[in-house]
Write a protein that binds this ligand. Structure first.
Ligand SMILES: NC(=O)c1ccc[n+]([C@@H]2O[C@H](COP(=O)([O-])OP(=O)(O)OC[C@H]3O[C@@H](n4cnc5c(N)ncnc54)[C@H](OP(=O)(O)O)[C@@H]3O)[C@@H](O)[C@H]2O)c1
Length: 250
């Protein structure tokens, strides 16, 4: 029997990368998953790949009515929610002189507003307790990259939000933790660079800088998301689990 048998999970940004790998893992462990993303085509591909026990809800986590639609769908189909993996994220490299209000709103909207209101709107359905995992990043607190100021601030903000939520959520039987990836081989890693050549250079640099000498795989992050979402981590709340090949530790 799987370790998430009978559980209902929402995974935002579940159509590719870490979210998709986690959706596959949760379903293999017996859960029913609702995955989200803005693009219908990749959501359909993800559902075909996951194969069973999955519903896709198209929407933007930065849009309040899309979030309402997501949780209304969960309520109508299952009536309850046990696990939220707030995973959807956006990244863009911008140096200080080029930061605009639009850039700030876009990155903060997805990575911080999307997390905060995603958690708030999930809570009424988490009537039997459960676990919330927020996908942050080692650049939130452990590493710095000069062109990722707003992205780093958004991830550090999510980390602060988690800590503040621990007492209230504990009283409701809900654990909340951050998962902080280092460089991981997903579409976001490749797409944040202007060309494939630039992405290759960044990949080689990340390989060299990481103590384990390679970047992570989506399945390695999914293992950690499963750990934090399941009773395997039943005495853990409020932590920031770095899954980064040691990059943020040295
Ligand atoms: N890969 C890395 O090196 C790395 C490192 C540190 C942290 N992270 C974090 O890991 C998380 C997952 O990223 P990933 O690496 O798995 O990248 P990914 O494969 O590009 O996945 C991103 C997912 O989020 C969705 N998404 C993006 N913007 C969204 C929005 N506004 N509303 C709803 N869904 C949205 C994407 O689908 P649509 O585009 O169709 O919406 C996709 O499903 C992110 O929070 C990222 O910051 C990644």
């Amino acid at each position: 029997m799987g370790k998430l048998e009978g559980k209902v999970a929402v995974i935002t940004g579940g159509s590719t990368g870490i979210g998709l790998a986690t959706a596959r893992r949760f379903v293999a462990e017996g859960a029913y998953v609702f995955i989200t993303g803005r693009t219908r085509e990749t959501l359909d591909q993800a559902c075909a790949e996951i194969g069973r026990n999955v519903t896709a809800v198209q929407g933007d986590v930065a849009n309040m009515s899309d979030l309402d639609q997501l949780y209304e769908t969960v309520r109508a189909e299952k009536g309850v929610l046990d696990i939220l993996f707030a995973n959807a994220g956006a990244v863009k490299h911008v140096r200080i002189d080029a930061i605009t209000e639009e850039h700030y709103d876009q990155i903060m909207g997805v990575n911080l507003k999307g997390v905060i209101f995603g958690v708030q709107k999930a809570l009424p359905l988490m009537t039997r307790g459960g676990a919330i995992v927020v996908n942050a990043s080692i650049v939130g607190i452990a590493k710095s990259i000069p062109s990722l100021g707003i992205y780093s601030a958004s991830k550090a903000g999510a980390r602060g939000f988690i800590r503040a939520m621990v007492p209230d959520l504990s009283a409701r039987g809900i654990r909340i933790n951050a998962l902080s990836p280092g460089s991981t081989e997903t579409p976001i890693f490749e797409n944040q660079f202007p060309s494939h050549e630039a992405a290759e250079m960044a990949r080689e640099a990340a390989n060299a800088l990481t103590p384990l000498k390679r970047i992570g795989t989506p399945d390695e992050l999914a293992n950690a998301a499963f750990f934090l979402a399941s009773d395997e981590s039943s005495y853990i709340t409020g932590i920031d689990l770095h899954v980064d090949g040691g990059m943020g530790q040295v």
